[in-house]
Design a protein around this ligand. Sequence first.
Ligand SMILES: Cc1ncc(COP(=O)(O)O)c(C=O)c1O
Length: 447
Amino acid sequence: MSPARRYPETGVFYRALDREFPMIVRGEGCWLIDDRGNRYLDACGGAYVANLGHGVSEVSDAVAEQIRKVAYVNGTAFTNEPAEALASELRGLNPKGLDFAYFLSSGSEAVEAALKLARQHWVESGKPGKHKIIARTPGYHGNTLLALSASARESYRKTYGPWLVPVTMIKAPYAYRSAPDSPEMTAQALEDAIKKEGADTVAAFIAEPVGGSSTGASVPPTDYYRRVREICDRHSVLFVADEVLCGSGRTGKWTALEHFGVLPDIMTLGKGLSGGYVPLSAVVATERVLAPIAKGSGSFKHAQTFSHSPAICAAGLAAVRHIKKHGLIERCARMGAVLQERLSTLKSLPAVGDVRGLGLLSGIEFVSDKGAKTPFPRALQFAETFVARARDAGLIVWPNTGHADGENGDLVMIAPPFTISAVEIDEIVSRFKIALEKTLEARHVQR
Ligand SMILES: Cc1ncc(COP(=O)(O)O)c(C=O)c1O
């Protein structure tokens, strides 16, 4: 008999309490296999995490070997070999200047720590008035309370509103829905917000260099971040690049911001940093950010029991070395071009408003009227229906809703492991078409 897998028969509770989940028992490359023998083409690497694909024994062996040596090291008293080695590998990969890494376990934790670091930098630089954060809408930085405060994800925020802190929101560049000379596309929106808040009160601007689910892999104009950098410098505001989703090679370069030739002050990495083998994230900072703290109080006022854990750093180290050894970033760029080209053929299908992205990160936005770019009414649950139909067709994609106007908007993300083949990309496209046909049928959408 199959085990129970639906609340309340099972003792596990997942985010969705109203449905049954298949039980995954194995992964092979880009594929997941459930206990009934069904195979799913994991076209989103789980949640943009399984960058190396499943079954890379160098990573699992490295974790096992490390745990055999030492189980845990208190990061306030000792350092450990994997943390040191991973930090030096990252120094080689990160844009020059982003030299110092603080290891944690999730993207939300990294964002919380990055924003706290920005605040502490200003306090210890003798500018305690600088405390405000500017973030973008749509945008997402995590689900712990400070990260959620900086996230424009209404569905998550609504219930916890009274606990969230004020964060100034500016519009994100969103080429499909923004005019090219609009303040959000030129970064003028950032300058306007800093002036309105008063530069002496603003600590940091946080942004996802290339959009994740929130804007469906929207790529800002080439000049956007050069302008952001110049505005931040002029107003003494730290620029925090949240590379949790788009970093670690996903766009075909180690960090997405490299496409724009700009250096942030603080950067977060997560998700695919360990290839998903363990939960690993990092806050990376420049010397300029850490110097006032090193000279001042001497310690970052933030602590978590499992920071710098040797086991998770060992996984990250093995993952990063595997990426380098097999040229997976270059492969991501190469296969990314194939993916973007093949997905672009979907633009002619009914309800497909836009297809966009960079490298192996892409978003497909659905609309009810292609000319007017009108989103489907939220009540239709188009994205959710698509994801369910795709799963029936053995294809796993990631949905997002609400990006068009805060409430409406349906898109799905495709971000497969860097090891995806051209044949598997064709398989994504053909299963996508089946899922779309079934969704249009289920939602009675005119073709
Ligand atoms: C850009 C970005 N930052 C932060 C996070 C939060 O990461 P986590 O879910 O690991 O806490 C996410 C998660 O989707 C993300 O996409």
